[in-house]
Write a protein that binds this ligand. Structure first.
Ligand SMILES: Cc1cc2nc3c(=O)[nH]c(=O)nc-3n(C[C@H](O)[C@H](O)[C@H](O)COP(=O)(O)O)c2cc1C
Length: 231
């Protein structure tokens, strides 16, 4: 933990906190991070590593080796809202951020086990206590339960919610699921799969622009907050 005397003129500090398997949560937060930097903020990244011996191996490589069993195999633990072993970077152990942006992929309609494990861990309280946070959800379709749970857990750790943005992928239930699992299992985008036309999966360049616009609003808010604090 880094504490001590603070200059009121120091740049705002923003933490990008996330778990990301295929890189989508990281991408939307990196896009936001560019904007925070342009606006004079110091930006730190804290990717959470999923080290749980029961599940880590399948998430340590991409694409998945056996997509259906590995993907479906997370359903029981996710349904139980289970937590598991994770490793966290030193960035979560400094407690002087002005804003924490949480990148949260949906797993089986809820918060992914690695992120839930962090948000419910003893490290979350000193990190969030009294600090504002925003939630960035990435998913194929089901963002709301994930968002609600992340918001609740971060608030329980003492954080102050300031906003959310979510990114979903095109296609109906069946096609978006097949497009996702085809990607998870092959690492490639296919136009057709099992005889059907596939919609694209994953975050688009337009969505990265949305993430930048959202970050610009958050940066405005940070600057207003600081001016207010100095009056
Ligand atoms: C194990 C697993 C379960 C998933 N379950 C859901 C789900 O229930 N609903 C949904 O909309 N997307 C689901 N997805 C899709 C992810 O939310 C999506 O691929 C997201 O882009 C992953 O972000 P990441 O690349 O940052 O890990 C699931 C993905 C995985 C790997």
């Amino acid at each position: 933990m880094i504490d001590g005397a603070e200059s009121p003129d120091r740049p705002p500090r923003v933490l990008l906190l996330y778990y990301s398997y295929t890189g989508q949560a990281r991408k939307v937060l990196d896009a936001a991070g560019e904007v925070f930097r342009q606006r004079g903020c110091e930006v730190y990244s804290a990717p959470i590593e999923f080290t749980d011996p029961r599940y880590a191996e399948r998430f340590s490589r991409f694409p998945m080796h056996n997509v259906w069993p590995e993907f479906l195999g997370m359903l029981p633990a996710q349904t139980l809202r289970a937590t598991g072993e994770i490793r966290t970077p030193d960035e979560v152990r400094r407690h002087d951020y002005d804003l924490i942006c949480i990148g949260s992929p949906t797993w089986w309609r809820n918060v992914s086990m690695p992120l839930r494990s962090f948000l419910t861990s003893p490290e979350a309280r000193p990190l969030f206590d009294g600090t504002t946070f925003a939630v960035f959800v990435v998913c194929r379709r089901y963002w709301r339960e994930n968002f609600n749970a992340v918001r609740k857990l971060a608030a329980k750790a003492g954080g102050r919610y300031v906003g959310e943005i979510h990114f979903t992928y095109p296609g109906d239930q069946l096609r978006s699921m097949l497009s996702l699992t085809s990607y998870l299992g092959s690492g490639e985008y296919r136009d057709r799969y099992l005889g059907m036309r596939m919609p694209p999966t994953n975050v688009s360049s337009d969505q990265l622009e949305e993430s930048r616009r959202f970050a610009a609003k958050l940066a405005d808010r940070l600057q207003r907050g600081r001016r207010g604090a100095q009056l």
